[in-house]
Design a protein around this ligand. Structure first.
Ligand code: SF4
Length: 439
């Protein structure tokens, strides 16, 4: 890179979708010859990619913008907070430009305006898979942007707009480039993965000269042919989900479904305005397990939603008990500025919310500990994520990075990104321990 290259500092906050936005912007910057620097002092300008989902994220984003202004002075803001009215300009009037999420073009326009681009674009310095923020061996693959639902606790559709599916051929090309660059695990993300293609009426696209429909099961099948782990996130329990379960049983994609149910009581689900809320979830789970006995189900739940009675909460506990999910994340309902649920009556007392959260998590920990104990003695394929002084830290097909459990292989310094086989020797309520039996 030439010494004359203009340098940009980049601060990225938020969820995996924001990470993918950041990767697209960074890729464009590098393609155009900008250098990325981790130092505020060295940077000619700083871009802050923000999150605006909950109040603590808003505060964190505003603080990051303030720090960048103080340390550098030239700041462009992008991401979800930028779509929330004029909060950024009001708090930090000195920012140069503000865009919403998923706005690579607008961000680049602002960059060009305040830090003119080079004439020599150095395109050969950018790896073909683009610039990524995740480790070399796994990558998020964003297949769509926005959401057609209007869950009453969520402001994502207001921030990111209605569903826009990426062309299936483009998604597959990106996946191929990622695999060619050494990625061993593709994490499919969106706001609603099962809705992929609804906006384009499941249009037929092309990949490798063959027709391929813009549809979750077709995409999952194509990704499954790339020879790496494919993991589906943010899937809703529509009938079409049944189509991907055989692909899991055949080993084409990982037997893992991240499926946010949020609650089990029908009245609360209706108040939440959840998609597919009337489906009989327990029956569906039973069917999925019949087709693919190894399927791992991960879900999230909200406790203490406005109006949730003790009986309705107990119905949720009964569901958790019966569903025997592998992984559960639970959150206390918290009002988000602009969300419709704020106007609902009978908000649950915060102490009661805390109590319900603790009861749910206690129950799930017991379930999780029992399920993991059953894995002791089994032989599993795992992907090595990290190596430290005690040995290697890996994940099995049942564990998504950052949100699920780990498999510790003590005393073995393996290679990050390597698939190995381990025999499970111990477990607790979240993690497993194993010894190496094959590389
Ligand atoms: S499905 Fe509901 S919770 Fe998820 S992004 Fe859409 S509106 Fe928000």
């Amino acid at each position: 890179m030439s010494k004359a290259s203009p340098k940009i500092g980049f601060v990225s906050l938020g969820c995996p979708k924001a990470t993918v936005d950041a990767e697209h912007i960074l890729t464009r910057m590098r393609t155009e010859g900008y250098e990325i620097t981790p130092s505020y002092q060295e940077a000619d300008l700083v871009v802050v990619n923000t999150c605006g989902f909950i109040d603590s994220a808003v505060a964190e984003s505003l603080e990051a913008i303030g720090e960048a202004l103080q340390e550098n002075g030239k700041v462009i803001v992008t991401g979800c907070l930028g779509a929330k009215g004029d909060i950024v300009q009001k708090t930090h009037p000195k920012v140069l430009a503000v865009t919403g999420p998923h706005a690579t073009e607008e961000v680049m326009d602002a960059v060009h305006q305040h830090l003119p681009r080079l004439h020599d674009p150095y395109t050969d310095l950018v790896p073909p898979q683009g610039v990524r923020l995740t480790p070399q061996h796994f990558a998020y693959l964003k297949i769509s942007e926005g959401c057609n639902h209007r869950c009453s606790f969520c402001i994502i559709p207001a921030l990111r707009g209605d569903l826009v599916s990426r062309p299936v051929g483009e998604v597959m090309l990106e996946a191929e480039k990622l695999v060619a660059s050494g990625v061993k695990e593709l994490l499919v993300i969106s706001q609603d993965t099962s809705a992929y293609g609804v906006d384009v009426k499941y249009r037929t696209g092309f990949w490798g000269g063959r027709p391929l429909r813009t549809r979750m099961s077709e995409l999952a099948g194509a990704l499954g042919s790339l020879g790496v782990w494919t993991r589906l996130h943010y899937v809703y329990p529509y009938p079409s989900v049944d189509e991907v379960i055989p692909l899991m049983d055949e080993g084409k994609i990982l037997p893992y479904l991240d499926i946010p149910f949020q609650h089990a009581n029908e009245r609360i689900l209706k108040l939440m305005k959840r998609p597919a809320s009337s489906e009989n979830v327990l029956k569906r789970i039973e069917q999925w397990r019949k087709v693919c006995p190894d399927i791992v189900l991960r879900s999230t739940f909200i406790v203490g939603f406005p109006g949730e009675t003790e009986e309705e909460f107990e119905e949720l506990l009964d569901f958790i008990e019966e569903a025997q999910l592998d992984r559960v994340g639970a959150f206390k309902y918290s009002p988000i500025e602009g969300a419709a649920a704020n106007a609902l009556p009978d908000h649950v007392d915060p102490h009661e919310q805390e109590d319900r959260l603790a009861r749910l998590m206690y129950l799930q920990e017991e379930i999780s500990a029992e399920k993991l104990a059953r894995k002791v003695g089994q032989t599993l394929q795992v992907l090595v994520d990290d190596v430290d002084e005690e040995g290697s830290v890996a994940r099995s097909a049942a564990d998504a990075p950052e949100i699920d459990g780990l498999v510790y292989i003590n005393g073995e310094a393996l290679e990050v990104g390597e698939f190995v086989t381990v025999k499970i020797t111990d477990s607790d309520e979240h993690d497993l321990w194993g010894e190496l039996v094959g590389q």
